[in-house]
Design a protein around this ligand. Structure first.
Ligand code: ADP
Length: 490
């Protein structure tokens, strides 16, 4: 990381220097000249526009416009009105705006020079550029070097029947000494940039890599199964986020590890108990005369069923986790299906003193997987029975509103502590660690319920208070044909 950062910083410095070098030394003169020429062109265009609007007898207005243009751009301006005197042309100066006392056009004294400029401009289609040096004898076009170089834009325009010769003059200051100063400066800048790049790269790479190095030490511990790790944040949001994600992953891994251990303990307990019973009863029936009673046989059958449902639950959960479980969606009357199933279930439970009631309010036609929804109901009602309170009452309430059917399974039992509520939907989760075989399942039921409801895109949840009971609910969309109003059915 350090080497890469140093390289990146050096590369950046080199690019900055190269750009500076090109603009400040190699191209400086060209850029300077082209800017100056652009200034002249701009002044010429502006004065030309003013001249074309001009319609007075005196040139005062035009002179004012030229003054404004000259003072804005620092360009000297002279304008001559051209007259014919015999075959030769001569000019009368009508405008004079000078920003620089040493400009060339100040010093055009002879009409011969003016005549030469006029002819050149006329020959070039009305516009020509001249480079002259104050120190040399005026000879248009032959001198681009030497100090005090002036550049003159000569422009010939027609205005109100008269011919105007416009001269725009700017001075080109030699840049040689500036360029050599900048070159010397650039050498110092290069050295400073180089040192800064290396120092910055070292400091930054240290700051950035320190938390990453620490994190990789912790990650190696985690890989070896030590969940007691802590990923410290760095100095930037990305590393903070990464360490938060790793801390969460470590926490989840440790939780999963605990769950797995619990599962092995629970499952082996759940498997061992019925197996011991089956082995015990069948041995007794084999060895002891008179033990092969229907009651004993029933115990063996019950224990076998318990084993089957345990194995089935585990298989089902693993299928949901693998994402291979598909729904078989059909349109059916959910109310009818729940009513008949609950009636049957309630009858079975009546012997143990349970009261299971179904409060309905209208038919609910849904597009769903009938078998899976019944499985949801069986799991929720089974739990409500298992954890029901003294009153041994379970209420199944169905309400229909706004195109949705809501089913609630309510008991008045032990309830669930608030902090455990979100966890009950997780695999193998049990609120109490103690194992009460008579009514505690595998901890898979609600995980199966959650997966089925998620596949249906249904909302679901639980409200519960310790000692007062629980209310497990889910909400399903009614099918489009489900138009039976709630009030008409009762
Ligand atoms: P289990 O087979 O253990 O009932 P579930 O996944 O169905 O597994 O439920 C997970 C845990 O949620 C249960 O062990 C129990 O602690 C709690 N639970 C579920 N339903 C109820 C309820 N109606 N009342 C109180 N606790 C409940």
């Amino acid at each position: 990381m350090r080497r890469r950062l140093i390289f990146a910083f050096l590369l950046f410095g080199a690019i900055v220097l190269a750009v500076l070098w090109l603009f400040q030394t190699v191209w400086l003169d060209d850029i300077y000249r082209s800017l100056k020429l652009r200034d002249l062109e701009k002044c010429a265009a502006e004065l030309n526009a003013a001249a074309s609007d001009f319609s007075g007898d005196s040139y005062t207005e035009l002179n004012d416009a030229a003054g404004a243009i000259a003072s804005k751009s620092g360009v000297c301006i002279s304008v001559y009105e051209i007259n014919d005197i015999g075959a030769a042309k001569t000019g009368v100066k009508i405008i004079e705006q000078h920003m620089n006392a040493f400009c060339f056009i100040h010093n055009i004294g002879s009409s011969k020079l003016l005549n030469t400029l006029y002819k050149k401009a006329a020959a070039e289609g009305g516009e020509v550029l001249e480079y002259v040096s104050l120190s040399s004898i005026f000879s248009p076009g032959n001198n681009r070097d030497g100090s005090g170089e002036n550049v003159i834009l000569v422009k010939l325009v027609e205005s109100e029947g008269s011919e105007l010769l416009m001269l725009f003059n700017t001075e080109l200051i030699p840049l040689d000494s500036t360029v050599s100063t900048i070159r010397a400066q650039l050498i110092y800048i290069s050295v400073i940039l180089l040192v800064l790049a290396v120092v910055l790269a070292v400091v930054l790479s240290n700051r950035m890599s320190k938390p990453i190095r620490e994190m990789s030490v912790e990650a190696s511990k985690l890989a070896l199964g030590d969940y007691n790790v802590n990923f410290d944040g760095g100095n930037c949001t990305e590393i903070d986020n990464l360490s938060a994600a790793l801390n969460k992953a470590a926490y989840e891994l440790s939780r999963l590890d605990k769950m797995q251990k619990d599962l092995i303990a629970n499952v082996s307990h759940d498997l061992r108990t019925p197996l011991t019973m089956i082995a015990g009863y069948t041995e007794a029936m084999r060895d002891l005369p008179g033990e092969a009673t229907p009651e004993n046989m029933q115990i063996v059958i019950d224990e076998t069923n318990r084993l089957t449902s345990l194995v089935n639950d585990m298989l089902e959960v693993s299928r949901y986790q693998g994402g291979t479980q598909k729904l078989n969606i059909t349109r059916f009357n959910l109310t009818d299906v729940i009513r008949t199933t609950i009636e049957r279930y309630a009858k079975l439970r009546e012997h143990d003193g349970y009261t299971i009631t179904f409060e309905e309010c209208g038919d609910a036609i849904v597009d769903a997987d009938e078998r899976r929804l019944l499985q949801v109901m069986y799991n929720l009602v089974g739990n409500a029975v298992n954890y029901a309170g003294e009153d041994k009452t379970v209420i199944i309430r169905q309400t229909v509103s706004d195109g949705y059917v809501t089913l609630e399974v309510i008991d008045h039992g032990i309830g669930i502590p608030e902090d455990q509520l979100p966890l009950v939907w997780e695999r193998y989760y049990k609120v109490n660690d103690f194992h009460k075989r008579a009514n505690i399942g595998t901890g898979l039921g609600l995980s199966i319920v959650k997966n089925i409801l998620l596949l249906h895109g249904a909302e679901f949840g639980v409200k519960s208070r310790v000692g007062e009971g629980s209310n497990f609910w889910f909400r399903l969309r009614l099918s489009d044909e489900s138009e039976v109003p709630a009030e008409t059915k009762e």
